[in-house]
Design a protein around this ligand. Sequence first.
Ligand code: IPM
Ligand code: MG
Length: 356
Amino acid sequence: MKANIVLLPGDGIGPEVIRAAQKVMDAVSSKFDHQFTYSEHDIGGCSIDAHGTALTDEALVACQKSDAIMLGAVGGPKWDDPTAKVRPEQGLLALRKGLGTFANLRPVKPHPDLLDASPLRPERLGGVDFVVVRELTGGIYFGEPRERRQLESGVQAVDTMSYTDAEIRRVAHLAFKLARARRSKVTSVDKANVLESSRLWRQTVSEVAKEYPDVKLEHILVDAAAMFLIQRPASFDVILTSNMFGDILTDEASVLTGSMGNLPSASLGDGGPGLYEPIHGSAPDIAGQGIANPIGTLLSMALMLRYSLQLEKESQAVERAVEKTLSSGHRTKDLANSGETALNTKDMTALIVERI
Ligand code: IPM
Ligand code: MG
């Protein structure tokens, strides 16, 4: 098949992991006889430097016209001034909104050989296999008003957490459908004991659940969820939650896999191209050293093959290549125990390409 893929390398280690993804995509296209064409655009800090905005209209339109988008990461200390008018993260939020990708899927399934790389005791990690469905285009990251106000008593800053029932319903349907193809359990996470938007969330999710009588639904509060993710992570199947709670809980959940560098994500809407990115961010501390773990990005690419290009066999080939490379004992620096040799991004990628 032919597919037109937009690459948005972005900032920090973004370009390093996107190069790795391109190598593996090339291996997939030659092995399975596909034609992937790439076009590349700036996003985040590099776009601010080059164009004065974190996402140009041209880049957004190219993404909207594509079959799928692979993104590296945005942000870094250079653009971190809290008083700055333009911020790298605005580019990512505008892209998600502009593509209508309201559901962000973040699967968490530790590789059996990496259990000792996690800070949790290995016996806690047996059977861990869940996916977080994070609402991605609403909630407090988008609510209005968002502003600073000069009061007589000082400065006040305001963000708004808001959800409509329609926004909750569409992402809930996606979570229940996903659960049906898995172990048929949805855990909805909110803060309904305090927040009005969470009470609407809980009520709406319960209504949607009636259409899926075969799926078990439980509600838990986000503070308890943070604890249960460590205490009994194997009890989860699909975790459905709002934008900010999902952002926070998935960083926490990622360390169950040994490293944040392993975790992929897929952002999906109603038709239209999907957006695929590792969850790790730009990692300025190691940027430019060529030592980033490419696995989160490669597994995101596998999700792209599955969800946007409907290439299930190819997707599994990438997932298996990653699995086998880890089973053979190869590790990047974030995964290596002391004394183990750590591979750089290029060498790790080459070993994965060999196994495609
Ligand atoms: C993520 C990131 C982003 C988010 C940032 C960079 C805006 O943390 O994808 O989890 O908060 O969504
Ligand atoms: Mg995050």
